[in-house]
Design a binder for this molecule. Structure first.
Ligand SMILES: [Zn+2]
Ligand SMILES: [Zn+2]
Length: 447
């Protein structure tokens, strides 16, 4: 018997279930997937949407040639790509192939390009826009960066002659194993102090080729794991103990490695190179739901409630004037991290993905101008949930802001019937009470 006939027998108008157990009948109606061709087609198209754009490996075509023009033409012709550093007056800003380059003390722009080719996990994506284009360079050097780029594209186009055995997902299971969530140590304390390591991490500026440490393995593994996922992933940034990542993984989502600098010092959100890596992944459209819980410390009312300690206020969420040097440093660090989170959120929105921004409801970060300006521009939705509803010992209302209206389902107020611990002094950063929240982002059930 066909699925739909069977369903008709059990749930059709003539079924005895409507006389004996109408409640069971109703439950079956909404939970039993229909085999009707229209519904099957609709379900398939919804699943395709969730999976996002098809991610095929790129095709390679050699560059057409190189032109040297000083200063470069403005505007740049359509079939031409400017690859210079934007050092000539009146012209272009640094191109994506020289954007992190500064006038080198040692080495050259071409050296920078060679180093980038050796160390960037996204080198292929970086080179792709140059395929079949004329490269426009203004380097005035015998060691021309455009020639290095052209040769790299040419080498890839020679290598990419069809090879039917190629399967980009072959190594995915190994990657998944080596970076499995359950094998990773997580800090017990969610409120681990944030230790920025501005001087740490690779710096590719002005270094001659060969003198540079490679991109840390942790970054490469991070990129590979997300690219190996068969569908768009859940990704938690400023993850703390990564409770959301575990919850979403248990719910069947593909999950990116949760990022927290307390977990691994390579994941420093103040390292522009690492921020670039994250933005690259987001811009590829691989993130279905981005969860951001930037540390609230200096934005917290636990600090700012007392005039003697206040660093921010409702009216001046970006920082009060006349702070001490130590306070100013803390405020600048808080602002820098909040701004980084805003940039990730904007990128995710533009990549047609969903984000959730988590903060204690009283946190002044919810009034931080770059965040509020973006929220009102895109019409974000906000829900507040008392975390005692999920079993936390304190009430701690926590705000969730999202570009997905279903965030409203997360709103909940304490109904009483239990005691609350009063939070004094340093408050935990709203990362308790995640147990049921992971359901928000689930795709709608289709019947
Ligand atoms: Zn050149
Ligand atoms: Zn309560």
């Amino acid at each position: 018997m066909k699925h739909e006939d069977w369903r008709q027998t059990v749930l059709g108008p003539a079924s005895p279930i409507w006389a004996s157990r109408p409640d069971v009948g109703m439950a079956l109606c909404v939970t039993w997937p229909s085999g009707s061709p229209d519904v099957v087609a609709a379900r398939t198209s919804v699943l395709d949407l969730i999976k996002g754009p098809t991610m095929r490996s790129p095709t390679w075509r050699p560059c057409i040639g190189i032109v040297h023009v000083v200063p470069p033409p403005n505007p740049i012709p359509l079939d031409t790509v400017y690859v210079g550093a934007g050092l000539n007056q009146g012209l272009p800003r640094p191109s994506a192939w020289a954007a992190l380059h500064e006038t080198p003390r040692s080495g050259s722009l071409a050296g920078f390009v060679r180093v980038s080719l050796d160390t960037r996990a996204d080198a292929d994506q970086w080179l792709q826009p140059l395929c079949g284009k004329i490269l426009c360079c203004d380097c005035c050097s015998t060691d021309c960066p455009a020639e290095v780029l052209r040769d790299a594209v040419l080498a890839r186009s020679r290598l990419s002659q069809p090879s039917p055995a190629d399967c980009p997902l072959r190594d995915a299971s190994q990657l998944e194993d080596s970076t499995c969530l359950d094998n990773e140590p997580h800090h017990e304390c969610d409120d681990a102090p944030f230790k920025p390591a501005l001087s740490k991490g690779p710096d590719t500026r002005g270094v001659s080729p060969g003198a540079l440490p490679a991109w840390p393995h942790s970054w490469t593994a991070l990129v590979h794991r997300i690219r190996a996922a068969p569908c768009r992933v859940f990704w938690e940034i400023f993850a703390g103990t990564a409770g959301m990542s575990r919850a979403f993984q248990n719910d069947g989502w593909a999950v990116g490695r949760p990022l927290d600098v307390a977990d691994c010092e390579d994941f420093n959100m103040l390292n522009p190179l690492f921020v670039g890596v994250i933005l690259g992944i987001i811009n590829e459209g691989r993130i279905g739901l981005l969860w951001l819980g930037p540390p609230c410390s200096t934005f917290s009312m636990a600090v700012n409630r007392f005039p003697s300690h206040a660093m921010r206020s409702q009216d001046l969420p970006s920082g009060l004037p006349d702070l001490t040097a130590v306070q100013q440093e803390k405020v600048d660090l808080g602002n820098a991290l909040a701004m980084t989170a805003v940039i990730f959120m904007q990128a995710q929105h533009h990549a047609h993905g969903f984000f959730i921004w988590e903060q204690p409801a009283s946190s002044l970060m919810l009034r931080y101008e770059p965040a509020t300006a973006f929220f009102s521009k895109v019409g974000a939705y906000q829900a507040v949930r008392d975390v005692c509803v999920d079993g936390a010992p304190w009430r701690k209302p926590t705000a969730f802001v999202s570009n997905h209206c279903r965030i409203y389902a997360a709103a909940a107020t304490c109904r009483g019937g239990h005691d609350h611990i009063t939070l004094a002094g340093k408050a935990p950063c709203g990362k308790i009470g995640r147990h049921s929240l992971h359901r928000i982002g689930q795709p709608c059930a289709v019947t």
